[in-house]
Design a protein around this ligand. Structure first.
Ligand code: FAD
Length: 394
């Protein structure tokens, strides 16, 4: 079987891989996007088969997109049709302790601090945007040896010899790929569901730190996207409850600030871990998005960081004759090191600091939240970090 030539092979058509394919438009390189699932959100088409893929079973996750991500998605022509709910304020507090802070869009001179979208809508919007890259659905990368990439496709095995193979296949452990260099199991589950309260959300997101883990409510259409972090047993129990019993438990954990919780959609649970790698096992390869770093969702950073990976890779590729040689790979790593490290450390520290019932830590947290509330400059700094990452504007 003869191997096919391509400049850049992207393994994984999740939101980060799909964004990378768009960002590489006009780079002068030939691009192949291979997505393992044959069922992707409707609207996308397989360029090789021309067939409309079957609608995918939905991913219940909602993604908070930062203002900087909006700017990138606009440039990729994947923003205008995307259904989003703006976040204009974020209220942060801790259960059973003093201190709270309110971050406002006005602190950063922006119309919104961020925007909430469905994971599936985001992926669909990225896959439906005009793109000349070849796209193969139902094509799983099964092997890569530093020069040849093997894809298992619906038509059988196909091999390619890309100049650069980009792993955008999410948490790669599940696929039998080499384990990342660092892995820490948080022994927590994120329970996600759409919920509705008696009061309208008014664009406000809530992040409440409880001893079991953070509980976030993100404004989403006429209700909220709930991300409730608990230990895995508690998460399984909450998923199994009937809706009225679940709403009562949610009410007890969150309190009465929003009036009664009156409705909840389907619940699903995601196990949480921190995983990252800095070096690839093979030459001519790089990782982006969750394949490079999988973060706790506490600060809503994972996709936003991964999108910046994709954007930077495409920017560098535009000036590169050989986007897989060692100098290209090192330039990409250098360009992304600070932002990636800051995203990982910020998220991991938040989990350590707030998922803890130590009374001294609770006092320190309260003082921190109070200080943030009293110091507009500090508040603005935190907000900008969350919006733009450690390297500033894209
Ligand atoms: C509960 C929860 C809430 C979150 N909330 C936020 C948030 O508010 N804001 C935020 O920025 N981030 C958030 N995240 C993180 C965000 O979901 C991820 O960072 C983002 O999905 C990463 O995108 P990705 O494309 O890198 O990986 P994925 O979304 O995992 O996509 C990977 C793709 O690769 C495909 N694939 C897998 N293996 C192969 C293979 N071998 N060959 C070909 N294709 C393959 C998969 O089918 C999939 O389509 C949250 C995560 C969780 C769990």
């Amino acid at each position: 079987m003869e191997s096919e030539a391509v400049d850049i092979l992207i393994a994984g058509g999740g939101p980060v891989g799909a964004a990378l394919a768009l960002a590489l438009e006009g780079s002068g390189h030939t691009v192949l996007l291979a997505e393992a699932r044959s069922a992707v959100p409707t609207g996308a088409r397989s360029a090789d088969s021309g067939a409309a893929p079957i609608a995918a079973a939905g991913d219940a996750r909602a993604i908070a997109l930062s203002h900087a991500s909006r700017q990138i998605l606009e440039r990729l022509h994947a923003w205008s049709g995307l259904a989003v709910t703006p976040i204009t304020t974020i209220h942060i507090s801790q259960q059973g302790g003093f201190g709270r802070t309110l971050i406002r869009a006005a602190d950063c001179d922006l119309p919104a601090l961020g925007y909430v979208a469905n994971y599936d809508d985001l992926q669909q919007s990225l896959l439906a945007a005009p793109c000349s890259a070849r796209r193969l659905f139902g094509a799983r990368l099964s092997a890569f040896d530093g020069s040849t990439a093997t894809l298992q496709t619906q038509e059988g095995e196909r091999t390619f010899t890309p100049r650069l193979t980009v792993f955008a296949d999410g948490a790669r452990i599940a696929d039998g790929n080499p384990a990342p260099a660092y892995s820490k199991d948080y022994r927590q589950t994120a329970l996600v569901a759409w919920v509705k309260t008696a009061q309208a959300h008014g664009g406000r997101a809530w992040e409440r730190f409880t001893p079991g883990g953070p509980l976030a409510l993100l404004p989403h259409s006429a209700g909220y996207a709930l991300v409730w972090t608990t230990d895995p047993q508690q998460g399984a129990r909450l998923c199994a409850l009937d809706t009225p019993a679940f709403l009562l438990e949610l009410q007890a954990a969150f309190g009465d600030r929003l009036g009664a919780f009156v409705a909840a959609g389907a619940r699903s649970a995601f196990p949480l871990a921190l995983r990252y790698r800095r070096e690839e096992a093979q030459a001519r390869s790089l990782s982006v998005g969750n394949a490079a770093q999988t973060l706790h969702p506490v600060a809503g950073q994972g996709f936003n960081l991964g999108l910046r990976d994709a954007w930077e890779l495409a920017r560098l590729a535009r000036d590169a004759n050989d986007p897989g040689n060692e100098s290209f790979i090192s330039a990409f790593r250098r360009a992304r090191a600070l932002d990636r490290r800051a995203g990982i450390q910020f998220t991991d520290s938040l989990v350590g600091l707030f998922s803890n019932s130590n009374p001294l830590l609770r006092l320190g947290r309260g003082a921190g939240l109070l200080a943030l509330d009293l110091l507009p400059l500090a508040r603005g700094f935190v907000a900008r970090r969350m919006i733009y990452g450690a390297r500033g504007l894209p």
